[in-house]
Design a protein around this ligand. Structure first.
Ligand code: C5P
Length: 233
C-alpha cells in the first residue's frame, strides 16, 4: 500500500493536540515527532505511539560534536523509535560516532542524514551559506558522506531522489519531505514534487504534513491523498 509510505509529522504545540490528531487519523501508521513537540512536551508521546502500534520517526536533526551526538543516540535507544535524523554536515566523525553508539544493539533506529533542507533554495546556499557547490551536487556529496559513514539513508528533496537512487543504490533509504499534493499550497517548502512523482522517482517514504494536518478536514485531505496515489478504499 502506497499510503504506508506516508509519514505524517506531529508538528503541533502539545501532547493533547498530538493525541487528537492521532485519533482523528487512525489510517496513518507512521508518525513523525519533531522539534516542536519534543521540546514542548518531552518524550511523552513516544510510548503513546508505541502503545498504538504506530511506527515512529524521531526527527531531532542532531548536529553537535561526536561525543555529544553519540550520547544523544545512546539515550534515544530506550524509546525504540524506527527512524532518527542527524545533520550530515555534522561530519564523518560525528556520524560514525552516532552509529557506533547504537551498533551493538539487537535493534536500533535506522539513522538518516539530513542533506539540504527542502526549504532552502540554490540562492540561499550560494549567497547566505556560501556553499560553492551547485545544490544537487552538494546534496549528493552529503548523501555519499552519510552512506560512507554507515548511515542507513538520507532525507532529501523529491527533486534529488532519482539521482541519489541511481548513485546510492536500492538499499539506501530515501525519505522526502517537500511533497505537495496537486491540490495543496507549497507553504515554506521550495523544492517540491507531487506524491506520485516522488514515489515514481524512487522515494521510500514521503513526509507530508500541513496539506493534511492544517486542512479544514484532515480526514478528507487524507482520502484525497489516497485517491491521488491511486489507492482504493
Ligand atoms: O508541513 P510539511 O509537509 O512541509 O512538513 C514537512 C516536515 O518535514 C516538517 O516536519 C519538517 O520539519 C520536516 N523536514 C523538512 N525538510 C527536511 C527535513 C525534515 O521539511 N530536509
Amino acid at each position: 500500500m502506497k499510503t504506508e509510505r506516508i509519514i505524517v509529522p506531529l508538528d503541533v504545540p502539545g501532547v493533547d493536540e498530538a493525541i487528537s490528531l492521532i485519533k482523528l487519523l487512525p489510517q496513518v501508521s507512521f508518525w513523525k515527532v519533531g522539534l516542536e513537540l519534543f521540546i514542548a512536551a518531552g518524550s511523552y508521546i513516544l510510548p503513546y505511539l508505541k502503545e498504538q502500534n504506530k511506527r515512529i520517526f524521531l526527527d531531532l536533526k542532531l548536529h553537535d560534536i561526536p561525543n555529544t551526538m553519540a550520547g544523544a543516540c545512546r539515550a534515544v535507544l530506550k524509546y525504540q523509535v524506527d527512524l532518527l535524523t542527524l545533520h550530515a554536515v555534522a561530519g564523518r566523525s560525528a556520524l560514525q560516532a552516532s552509529l557506533g553508539a547504537m551498533q551493538d544493539r539487537l535493534s536500533r533506529p535506522k539513522l538518516l542524514g539530513v542533506t539540504v533542507l527542502t526549504s532552502l533554495t540554490a540562492q540561499d546556499l550560494a549567497f547566505d551559506l556560501k556553499i560553492p557547490l551547485e545544490l544537487s551536487q552538494y546534496v549528493l556529496s552529503l548523501a555519499l558522506l552519510s552512506q560512507e559513514s554507515g548511515l542507513d539513508g538520507v532525507i532529501c528533496s523529491p527533486l534529488e531522489v532519482q539521482k541519489l537512487r541511481n548513485i546510492c543504490g536500492s538499499d539506501f533509504l530515501l525519505i522526502c519531505p517537500g511533497v505537495r499534493p496537486t491540490w495543496s499550497s507549497q507553504g515554506d517548502q521550495r523544492r517540491t514534487m507531487t506524491p506520485k512523482q516522488a514515489i515514481q522517482a524512487g522515494a521510500d517514504y514521503l513526509v507530508i504534513g500541513r496539506p493534511i494536518t492544517l486542512a479544514k478536514d484532515p480526514v478528507a485531505a487524507w482520502y484525497l491523498l489516497e485517491e491521488e496515489l491511486g489507492e482504493n478504499r
